[in-house]
Write a protein that binds this ligand. Structure first.
Ligand SMILES: [Zn+2]
Length: 379
């Protein structure tokens, strides 16, 4: 077996430390929470003399800050922001396994691969005498990405601002400057209850909702397909749940659906409501109670790929153009706070959350070199 590189060993150690998001698995402290991973990183950072601090996010869950200060006054700040939590997994997925140039295990690509690459690049830079003299590098290990992104939301609101933040996600080393937003809507219809033997005396809320779902998934979905963003394609709609009625022999009085609407830059909750209302009104279909059901804003990400610092990152990654992805990331809440954010990392999102999650170790090393190359070019 080929000898493992330092960054691969770091990743192996991180995968072996379970950090399942406790929102998915309450009351299993030996498998959940980000603290085991944070303590491991703190030990390594201390040995290099890096400055460590924490940011309270949720009970017993804190973002981790590891700071490399420049020798002169801070004129620029770069944030490296991967998340530390993972989704649930079988026990065996916390025993990392290296085979054919791949490391298998929970979090290998989503996103302990990015944690290892970003953190290792930071440690390497710390040892380098020619490191940036005026740029502060802030590694931020975020909590709770996989559930509510509370770590990045609090960081975006109250954390330090920067010239660029790089959120870690498995982009296969592509530089992502745009992703879709995510809007959850709950719609309800009201009917009139009646005995099932005399349905003509009532009005079925299920029938009304059936018409509405048909409109949304045909006419409205077609309308969305005509809209186009150069990096993201068209927005989408999915009706994820439907509930209605109380009993077989009663005409249903209520029915509700939950909609997952993936938005493009420029689309807002308000604009989505307005266009849906317009299309339903035209067909004389009516929703009585419409509301956002996720409770937190998840707007799309759109960072200008022409920003000099983004161009510099593209160059370090040897990419001509930036890309867009469909999934939501921590980059959006960070960008909401005013820091331009991009998404980048080793590994393929196709393996994320799967029962056999793995990462190509060559990509892990390439990601480390790209980050290091970019950081070294900072003033
Ligand atoms: Zn994930």
């Amino acid at each position: 077996m080929a000898k493992l590189s330092t960054v691969a060993k770091l990743l192996r150690d991180l995968v072996a430390l379970p950090s399942i998001n406790p929102a998915f698995l309450p009351n299993e402290p030996e498998l959940t929470g980000e603290e085991r991973v944070a303590s491991y990183l703190i030990d390594h950072a201390r040995k290099q003399g890096l400055e460590i601090s924490r940011q309270n996010v949720l009970p017993e869950r804190k973002n981790l800050f590891v700071r490399l200060k420049p020798s002169r006054k801070v004129k620029r700040r770069i944030i490296l922001a991967p998340h530390l939590d993972v989704v649930p997994a079988e026990d065996k997925q916390f025993t990392p396994n290296v085979k054919n140039g791949r490391l298998h295990g929970r979090g290998a690509c989503d996103t302990k691969g990015s944690v290892a690459a970003f953190f290792h690049a930071l440690l390497e830079l710390t040892k380098d005498k020619n490191r940036p003299a005026e740029t502060e590098i802030l590694f931020v290990g975020l909590v709770d990405e996989e559930y509510g992104q509370t770590g990045s939301r609090i960081f975006g609101e109250r954390g330090p601002k920067a010239d660029l933040a790089i959120a870690g996600e498995p982009t296969q080393l592509q530089v992502v400057t745009a992703h879709k937003g995510n809007l959850w809507l709950r719609f309800e219809t009201r009917g009139k209850a009646a005995h099932g033997a005399t349905p003509h005396l009532g009005k079925s809320a299920i029938h009304e909702m059936a018409r509405i779902t048909e409109t949304l998934l045909t006419e409205y979905a077609d309308q969305l397909k005509k809209r186009k963003h150069s990096l993201l394609g068209h927005p989408s709609i999915n009706i994820g749940t439907i509930q209605g009625g109380s009993q077989t022999n009663v005409v249903p009085e209520r029915c509700s659906i939950e909609i997952d609407r993936r938005t493009l830059p420029g689309e807002t909750e308000k604009s989505v409501y307005e266009e849906i209302n317009r299309i339903l009104a035209k067909r004389k279909q009516k929703v009585v109670n419409a509301r956002e059901s996720r409770g937190v804003p998840c707007p799309p990400l759109e960072t200008d790929p022409e920003l000099p610092v983004v161009r510099q990152f593209l160059k370090a990654a040897k990419r001509r153009k930036s890309k867009g992805v469909d999934y939501f990331t921590d980059a959006s809440p960070i960008a909401m706070g005013g820091t331009p954010a991009i998404v980048f990392g080793p590994g393929d999102i196709a393996q994320a959350h799967s029962s056999d999650e793995w990462i190509d170790l060559k990509q892990l090393e390439q990601a480390t070199s790209i980050i290091l190359r970019f950081l070294k070019e900072q003033p």
